[in-house]
Design a protein around this ligand. Structure first.
Ligand code: FAD
Length: 661
C-alpha cells in the first residue's frame, strides 16, 4: 500500500495490552490527544496473565473500575502448599493452608481474572472518558525521530509510518476453547469471550484504518507497550534486554476441572516428585494450571522443556503425574498455551525522553508471582501523568527522566523476587515451609508496593519524614479510615485519591478541638489558596492543580465546617460548596481506639499536625510539619512550571490542542 495520509497527535501508543490500555485511559482522563494501535484484529480474548494484585485494584478503583473486579474477578482466598515426602509411591500431601502472609492486612484482596476481561474493562474506562478506540489491525513499519527537535516542546519530532492490514491478512480468531465429547473427540467452542461486554470490535477481527494502506503519524511522544518482543524496542539504539539467555517453559491451561483434589478452589503451590505446578482458581469455574517441567525431566509425552510444540495432552499428562494420588481431568478447556519466558530487564526505558517503553517490553519473568500484568499497568500509570504534565506546561520536560529512574529499579526488584521464588518453590530436597512462607510474604509486600522510589525531582528527600512517619516518601499512600465531616460515613483515605490528574495536599490538622491548633491550621488558609493558583492543572477537567484535603484528629461532632478557613471548605461560584474535603478521625458516635485513628496509623502527632503532598499517581512525595509550609512551597517551585512561565513556553498550537481527542 502507498502512504495516503499524514496526521499529528500528541501521543502514539503502540500495543493495546494492559500497559497500553492503562496509558490510554489515563491520557483520556487528562484530556491528552492520543492514538493507540495494535497489530492484532481483536483484544486478548482469554487466558494469558490473570493475577491482579492489591495496588492494581486500588488504581482501578481510583478510575472507577472497581465494579468490574467485583463482578468478574475471583477472590483470592486461602492458599495451599503441597509437597511430597520420602515414599516414592505416596504422591503429594498438604503441607499448609491459610492466607498468604500479609495478605490479610490489605484493604482489598488479590483477584484473578483473564487478560481479556482486563483489556475489556480498561476499554470501558477509555470510552467513559471519551478516549479513542483501539485501532486494530495496525502496526508500525517505520519509526524515526528528528533528534534536533527533541528539545523543542512545540514540535512533533517523531514520525511513525503505520500499516493498516487487510482483514484477510489477520489470523483466524479462536481462543483454543473446546469441550471433550462423550467419544473423546474435541468440539470447538466460542469460549467466554463475550462475557465481558458485547462490543464485536473487541472480539471479531477488525481493521479501523483503510485496509492495505500506510499512514504517516507525527507524534510528540511514543509509548511502546508492544509486549515482550517489542518492535518499538528493536528500533531504538542501545536498548538491550539483559538477564538470562535461557527461557523457562510452562504449559498453561485454563480448564473447568473434574477432580478429587481437595484444594481445587484454592490457589496452590504444588511441588511434586514429577515437577512444579501452580494452580490458580479463576472466574467462571475455571482453574489455571501452570505446569513447569523440572530440568532433566523428559519423557516421551513431555518434551516441553525443549519443544514448544508440546500439546495440551502432554501438559495434562504431566499435570496428572504431579497431582498423584489425586485425579485431574476436564470437559471444558477455555485456553491453553506453551509459555516460554526468561528473566530479563531492559537497560533503558526512554529514548531522548520522547519514546518510552513500558510493560513486558522492558521486563519479562516467570508467571509464578502473577506480577507482570500489574507492574506493566503501573509503568504506564506512572508515566502518563508526567507526559501530561509536560504537555500542559505544569512540569518541565526533565521530569520525564524520573520515569526510568523510578521504574527500572522496580523491574529489577521484580526479577529478583522471581528468582527468589523460583529458588525456593522449586527446591527439590525437603521443602522448607518457613522459606516458602518467606517468599510469599515477600511477594505480598512487593504487591503492596512497599518498594519505594528514591529521591528524585518529584520525590522529596524526606528531611521532615518524621512529621508523618507512617507515610514513607516515595511509597504508595497507604490506607486508613476517616469520617466525613459532612455526613459521617467511614471513608477509606485511598478512595479520596481519584486518578484525575490532581496533586493533593493532605493537611493533618491534629486536634482541632484545641483553639490554638485550629488557629494554626486556619492561618495557612490564605497561603494555600494562593498556592493552588500558582501552577496550571494537569487535567483539562480540573480547575486547580492541587486539591486540599483536611484530616483532623477530633470526632466530626466536635467541630463545624464554619470553623475552618474557606480554603479547606471551598466554594465554587457555580457548583457551590464542596462538602467532601474535611474528614475527622472519629464519627462522633462511637469512640475509636486511638491506634485505629488515621493520625496514629500515619504516625502524625495530634498536637502538631502535618502536611503531606501526594502525587497524581498516589505516591507520597513530600512530608513536613504545619510550620514547614514554606519548604513545601519551595519544593514545588523547584520543579513546577508557573502559569506565566508556561504561557511563554507554549506555542499557540498547544493551546488549541488542549481539547480532548
Ligand atoms: P502485552 O499484554 O503482551 O500486550 C502487548 C500488545 O501489543 C498486544 O496487544 C500485542 O498485540 C501488541 N503488539 C505486539 N507487537 C506489536 C506491533 N509490532 N505492532 C502493534 N501492536 C503490537 N503472563 C502471566 O502472568 N501468565 C501467563 O500465563 C501468561 N501467558 C502469556 C501467554 C502469551 C501467549 C503471552 C504473549 C503473554 C503471556 N503472559 C502471561 C504475559 C502477560 O500477558 C504480560 O505480562 C502482560 O500482559 C503485560 O502487559 P503488556 O501490556 O506489557 O504486554
Amino acid at each position: 500500500g502507498s502512504s495516503n495520509s499524514d496526521s499529528h497527535v500528541d501521543v502514539l501508543i503502540v500495543g493495546a495490552g494492559p500497559a497500553g490500555m492503562m496509558a490510554s485511559m489515563h491520557l483520556s482522563e487528562l484530556g491528552i490527544s492520543h492514538r493507540i494501535i495494535d497489530h492484532r484484529g481483536t483484544r486478548t480474548l482469554n487466558g494469558r496473565a490473570d493475577g491482579f494484585h492489591v495496588p492494581t485494584v486500588e488504581i482501578w478503583e481510583s478510575f472507577g473500575l472497581y465494579n468490574h473486579i467485583e463482578q468478574y474477578g475471583e477472590r483470592f482466598g486461602h492458599w495451599g502448599l503441597w509437597t511430597f515426602g520420602e515414599d516414592p509411591e505416596a504422591g503429594i500431601y498438604r503441607q499448609h493452608r491459610g492466607y498468604i502472609p500479609s495478605q490479610d492486612k490489605a484493604r482489598h484482596e488479590i483477584v484473578t481474572m483473564n487478560q481479556g476481561m482486563i483489556e475489556a474493562a480498561l476499554g470501558d474506562g477509555v470510552r467513559a472518558r471519551n478516549g479513542p478506540v483501539v485501532e486494530r489491525g495496525t502496526k508500525p513499519v517505520e519509526l524515526t525521530i528528528d533528534e534536533s527537535l527533541a528539545n523543542d516542546l512545540s514540535s512533533y519530532p517523531i514520525t511513525a509510518r503505520v500499516y493498516h492490514a487487510r482483514k484477510s491478512e489477520l489470523p483466524d480468531v479462536w481462543t483454543g476453547a473446546h469441550t471433550v465429547q462423550e467419544d473423546g473427540s474435541l468440539k470447538r467452542e466460542r469460549g467466554f469471550i463475550d462475557a465481558f461486554g458485547t462490543d464485536p470490535h473487541e472480539f471479531e477481527n477488525h481493521v479501523n484504518g483503510v485496509e492495505g494502506t500506510t499512514e504517516t503519524i507525527h507524534a510528540k511522544y511514543v509509548i511502546g507497550t508492544d509486549g515482550a518482543h517489542s518492535w518499538v524496542r528493536r528500533q531504538l539504539p542501545d536498548f538491550k534486554m539483559e538477564g538470562d539467555t535461557s527461557d523457562e517453559v510452562f504449559g498453561v491451561v485454563d480448564i473447568i476441572p473434574s477432580t478429587n483434589f481437595p484444594d481445587i478452589r484454592k490457589t496452590c503451590s504444588i511441588l511434586s516428585r514429577a515437577g512444579f505446578l501452580l494452580q490458580i482458581s479463576r472466574e467462571n469455574g475455571l482453574v489455571r494450571l501452570y505446569v513447569q517441567f523440572p530440568e532433566g525431566y523428559e519423557t516421551s509425552e513431555t518434551k516441553a522443556k525443549d519443544n514448544e510444540a508440546a500439546t495440551l495432552t502432554d501438559i495434562l499428562a504431566a499435570a496428572r503425574k504431579m497431582y498423584y494420588p489425586y485425579t485431574m481431568d476436564y470437559k471444558y478447556c477455555d485456553w491453553w498455551t506453551i509459555y516460554r519466558v526468561g528473566q530479563r530487564v531492559c537497560n533503558k526505558a526512554s529514548h531522548l525522553d520522547r519514546i518510552f517503553l513500558a510493560g513486558d517490553a522492558i521486563h519479562t519473568h516467570s508467571p509464578k508471582g502473577g506480577q507482570g500484568m500489574n507492574v506493566s499497568q503501573h509503568d504506564t500509570y506512572s508515566l502518563t501523568w508526567k507526559i501530561a504534565g509536560v504537555l500542559k506546561s505544569q512540569l518541565p520536560p526533565s521530569v520525564l527522566q524520573t520515569y526510568e529512574q523510578e521504574r527500572l529499579p522496580i523491574a529489577r526488584n521484580l526479577i529478583e523476587l522471581d528468582n527468589d521464588m523460583a529458588k525456593v518453590l522449586l527446591a527439590r530436597a525437603n521443602r522448607d515451609e518457613a522459606e516458602v512462607q518467606r517468599v510469599y510474604k515477600r511477594l505480598s509486600e512487593f504487591s503492596g508496593a512497599i518498594s519505594t522510589y528514591k529521591t528524585n525531582m518529584v520525590v522529596g528527600n524526606g528531611a521532615r519524614q518524621n512529621a508523618a512517619a507512617g507515610l514513607p516518601i516515595g511509597s504508595r499512600f497507604s490506607n486508613a479510615t476517616v469520617y466525613s465531616q459532612a455526613d459521617g460515613p467511614a471513608t477509606p483515605t485511598q478512595s479520596l485519591l481519584k486518578s484525575n490528574g490532581l496533586w493533593r495536599l493532605i493537611v493533618f490538622a491534629g486536634d482541632v478541638s484545641s483553639h490554638t491548633q485550629l488557629s494554626k491550621v486556619n492561618a495557612l488558609g490564605d497561603r494555600l489558596a494562593a498556592l493552588q493558583q500558582r501552577y496550571p492543572p494537569l487535567s483539562t477537567r480540573q480547575k486547580h492543580f492541587l486539591e486540599i484535603l483536611l484530616f483532623h484528629a477530633s470526632p466530626v461532632s466536635a467541630v463545624e465546617f464554619a470553623d475552618f478557613h474557606n480554603t479547606f471548605f471551598p466554594k465554587d461560584d457555580i457548583l457551590g460548596r464542596n462538602y467532601y474535603t474535611i474528614y475527622g478521625d472519629e464519627d462522633g458516635v462511637d469512640a475509636l481506639e486511638k491506634e485505629k485513628r488515621c493520625h496514629a496509623i500515619y504516625r502524625v502527632d495530634e498536637t502538631k499536625g502535618a502536611l503531606v503532598v501526594v502525587r497524581p499517581d498516589q505516591i507520597t512525595a513530600w512530608v513536613g510539619g504545619l510550620d514547614d509550609v514554606g519548604e513545601m512551597e519551595d519544593w514545588l517551585a523547584g520543579f513546577m512550571v508557573g502559569k506565566a512561565e508556561g504561557k511563554r513556553k507554549n506555542s499557540p498550537r498547544d493551546e488549541q490542542d488542549d481539547g480532548v481527542m
